[in-house]
Ligand binder design. Structure first.
Ligand code: ATP
Ligand code: FE2
Length: 322
């Protein structure tokens, strides 16, 4: 069985085709990049997605060398409503044309499930770090639960907002990482871990206030060391609490070599396994949506959008309770 997945929660529109053995037959995407490189305007992203959707669907089918899948899956949330509506519209058009059911997929859970597929881990903790999301997730008592998360902005957002002030192009994460690697001069930063949650806005204000007073390399070093340490701390606590021995690092910020290194060291110290995900599957993509479609298979004719769909609200039909 082959599932066609559609991703359109934010600035990425993607189409993926995956078979039930977990083989990825196609996984293509296009990202809406605002003209100034800054701030995503949902209506503009929607226009972009509508313009490219049909072409991407055709290209993905051609790449997989099929004319029609057996199932359709769409990311129904969480995300920006105008963008989510494009996914819904395209999924329903295809469903009508091919007479196929559509599975509603939660975007965050898709990140986790594709991570499990690639790493072959069975019961991991996942640190999901992207522009908008920062969550520590694990499966417990029949649900994927969020054990810790950001109380304010996502970590990628922290980097990109700081980058804008510092004159670094969007997305700023990679450049901040490069600059940080050139320094060993740590400037004291607010370390904000509250229980299992973190918050980044104090750190952002502090880092911004240091601009022009310190070398940019030193600020980037201090900023990244602090926020990564905060994340590794709550992740380690979740692993200890859940007694889990596997960690998956995913999301766009998972590209950070330093964050990977810190996670790897923490896992080695706990005799736990650690896996990152290839970037084409760690960032927003549609293969992960197709894969959850195949796991779930609860298709319908008409789908809804859930802009604020929480990870722990999702019914997980495909895992036996542990
Ligand atoms: P979501 O919609 O799930 O929140 P997203 O739309 O933000 O995801 P992603 O591709 O998952 O998209 O993540 C993009 C973020 O990753 C940006 O904020 C970018 O600055 C950050 N990023 C990319 N590469 C690196 C890196 N090497 N180090 C740190 N951050 C990075
Ligand atoms: Fe994402």
């Amino acid at each position: 069985m082959i599932c066609l997945g559609i991703e359109s929660t934010a600035h990425t529109f993607g189409v993926g085709l995956v078979d039930d053995a977990g083989k990825i037959l196609a996984n293509i995407k296009k990202m809406y990049i605002p003209p100034t490189g800054w701030g995503i305007e949902p209506a503009k992203a929607k226009e972009h997605h509508l313009m490219i959707a049909d072409e991407l669907i055709q290209t993905a089918l051609a790449q997989a060398d099929i004319t029609k899948p057996d199932l359709i899956a769409v990311s129904s949330g969480p995300g920006l409503p105008p963008c989510l509506l494009v996914g819904k519209q395209k999924a329903e058009e295809l469903s009508k044309k091919w007479k196929l059911p559509i599975v509603e997929v939660n975007h965050c859970i898709a990140h986790l499930e594709i991570g499990k597929l690639i790493s072959k881990f069975e019961d991991p903790v996942m640190l999901y770090v992207s522009g908008g999301n920062t969550q520590v997730i694990a499966f417990e008592n029949g649900k994927y639960r969020v054990f810790g998360e950001t109380e304010d902005i996502g970590i990628g957002n922290l980097f990109d907002t700081f980058g804008r002030k510092a004159g670094i192009d969007f997305p700023a994460g990679p450049k901040i990482g490069e600059l940080a690697a050139k320094s060993k001069n740590y400037i004291q930063m607010p370390y904000s871990v509250k229980g299992m949650d973190v918050s980044f806005s104090g750190l952002l204000t502090k880092a911004e206030s240091l601009l022009d007073k310190y070398r940019l390399e030193d600020i980037c070093y201090s900023l990244t060391e602090t926020c990564f340490a905060m994340l590794v701390e709550i992740t380690e606590r979740a692993m200890a609490h859940c007694q889990k021995k596997e960690l998956i690092l995913t999301g766009g910020v998972a590209a950070s070599k330093r964050l990977q290194e810190m996670c790897r060291i923490m896992c080695e110290e706990r005799s736990a396994k650690f896996s990152t995900i290839p970037m084409e599957l760690a960032g927003d993509n549609a293969a992960m949506i197709a894969w959850v479609g195949l796991l779930d298979r609860k298709g319908k004719k008409h789908v809804d959008i859930y802009p604020a769909w929480r990870t722990d609200e999702v019914e997980i039909s495909w895992i036996k309770s542990q």
